[in-house]
Design a protein around this ligand. Structure first.
Ligand code: UP5
Ligand code: MG
Length: 209
């Protein structure tokens, strides 16, 4: 029982490899897509129907700022500029949340966002994602949604939104291409009503179950 999330300081010895085969590794699905494509909205629905634990990397980082952590100011500045927080910070938060959840299936939403995130997760956590959901949505629609969201997110203003779009295209799309080349990406047209998008999502999880 329990979640076997690799500790970041464990050596990669064959002995460890034997230990990990005894305890089953958790299942991880990465949920990716541009800012406002509907990652969080769809994850909430998946949790209800399929029993995953939803871990939004952005939510974990925002909670870290709120907690008054020593990294808070750095994270806050980076989010306001749409930049990607160093992997070690984000991965520590993800790892802790996975361990605390007691679950063994996770939706990791909004991570990995660049090659460094991806490689660090692979090296430190050592879990291969089962598959990747990629929500595809035109920028105009994402921009409209974010400007209407009204949930007090400091990065939901037009300057920050444009920066987030740029970082997504330059840094995050290559990660999706990497997994696409491995045949692990399910592309979903996210420019439809929430319920229609979820129908597509559901059929993927139904098959994976
Ligand atoms: N909405 C949703 N679906 C809709 C639909 N089908 N039709 C109409 N409206 C729809 O949705 C956004 C809004 O659209 C909501 O009002 C919703 O009701 C509506 P949501 O589900 O929240 O979209 P989501 O894709 O989750 O948008 P979000 O803004 O959260 O995406 P981002 O990727 O920009 O934000 P995230 O929180 O992941 O990251 C924020 C920042 O944190 C990053 O820019 C970065 O600075 C930092 N970060 C890191 O550095 N590292 C990380 O690993 C993660 C984040
Ligand atoms: Mg989100």
């Amino acid at each position: 029982m329990g979640t076997n999330v690799e500790a970041s300081n464990q050596p990669n010895s064959s002995e460890d490899a034997n230990v990990s085969t005894v305890e089953k590794k958790p299942a991880v699905v990465f949920v990716l897509g541009g800012p406002g494509s509907g990652k969080g909205t769809q994850c909430a629905n998946i949790v209800q129907q399929f029993g995953y634990t939803h871990l939004s990397a952005g939510d974990l980082l925002r909670a870290e700022i709120e907690s008054g952590s020593e990294n808070g100011t750095m994270i806050d500045n980076m989010i306001n500029e749409g930049q990607i927080v160093p992997s070690e910070v984000t991965i520590k938060l993800l790892q802790r949340a996975m361990e605390e959840s007691g679950n063994d299936k996770f939706l990791i939403d909004g991570f990995p966002r660049n090659e460094e995130n991806r490689a660090s997760f692979e090296n430190l956590i050592r879990i291969e994602p089962e598959f990747i959901l990629f929500f595809v949505c035109p920028e105009e629609e994402m921009e409209r949604r974010l400007l209407c969201r009204n949930q007090g997110r400091k990065d939901d203003n037009i300057e920050a939104i444009r920066k987030r779009f740029k970082v997504f295209l330059e840094s995050s799309l290559p990660v999706i291409s990497y997994y696409d080349a491995m045949g692990k990406v399910f592309k979903i047209n996210a420019a439809r009503p929430v319920e229609d998008v979820f129908e597509s999502v559901k059929s993927i999880f139904d098959k994976a179950d």
